[in-house]
Design a protein around this ligand. Structure first.
Ligand SMILES: [Zn+2]
Length: 195
C-alpha cells in the first residue's frame, strides 16, 4: 500500500485536466460512462504516482549482520511504472543484487520495496534502474550493487514500433560488480539462471 503521505498530487487539478483532455479528444464528458472518469483518474494517480516526492532510499533499514559478505539477490520483482514520454505503462521484472560491506544488510523484502517505491512515478526505465541502485548504494554502502530490469513498454507495443512482447533490458552496475568481471558474471548467472 502507498505510504500515508502527501503525494503532491492536486486532485482537483487532475480532474480538471482529465475533463479537458476528454473534451479535446472529442468525447462527450456528460455521457454516463465518463461522468465519474475525471475523479477516478485523479484517485488512481494518487495510487500509481504516489512516490513522486518520496526518496526510495527511505524504505531501506540497515540490519547489522557481521561476517556476511556473499551475494544477496532478489529476482523477479514485478514492477509497474509509467513512461514519462507517453504516459503509458511499462511493466516487467527487476532483479536486485548486492554484496554487503561492514555487516550492513537490509531485510530482503526492502529490496522489493525500493523497486516498488521508485517505480510509482513518471519514469524512463534507465533512470528507474539507476535510482534503485543508488538508493541501495547510499544506505547500505555495499561492496557492490547490480540492478537489472526487463520490461515491456506499451508505448512500443501498442503504438510506434508495435513490437508486441519485445523487452527492454537495462542494467546498472556499481562497485565490485563493475570492477570484477567474475563477480559480475556470478551475479548475472544467478539472475538469468533457471534455479
Ligand atoms: Zn514511452
Amino acid at each position: 500500500m502507498p505510504p500515508k503521505r502527501d503525494s503532491g498530487i492536486d486532485h482537483e487539478k487532475v480532474k480538471r485536466a482529465v475533463t479537458l483532455f476528454l473534451e479535446a479528444i472529442g468525447e462527450d464528458v456528460e455521457r454516463p460512462g465518463l461522468v465519474e472518469t475525471p475523479d477516478r483518474v485523479a484517485r488512481m494517480c494518487e495510487e500509481i504516482l504516489y512516490s513522486t516526492n518520496t526518496d526510495p532510499a527511505e524504505v531501506i533499514k540497515v540490519l547489522e549482520a557481521p561476517g556476511h559478505d556473499e551475494i544477496v539477490l532478489v529476482k523477479d520483482i514485478s514492477f509497474y511504472s509509467l513512461c514519462e514520454h507517453h504516459l503509458l505503462p511499462f511493466l516487467g521484472k527487476a532483479h536486485v543484487a548486492y554484496i554487503p560491506a561492514g555487516g550492513r544488510l537490509c531485510g530482503i523484502s526492502k529490496l522489493a520495496r525500493v523497486v516498488e517505491v521508485a517505480s510509482r512515478r513518471l519514469n524512463v526505465q534507465e533512470h528507474l534502474c539507476t535510482v534503485v541502485a543508488d538508493a541501495i548504494n547510499r544506505v547500505l554502502r555495499p561492496q557492490g550493487v547490480i540492478v537489472v530490469m526487463e520490461a515491456e513498454h506499451l508505448c512500443m507495443t501498442m503504438r510506434g514500433a508495435r513490437k508486441p512482447g519485445s523487452k527492454t533490458v537495462t542494467s546498472v552496475v556499481r562497485g565490485i560488480f563493475r570492477e570484477r568481471p567474475a563477480t559480475r558474471a556470478e551475479a548475472l548467472s544467478l539472475i538469468h539462471g533457471s534455479s
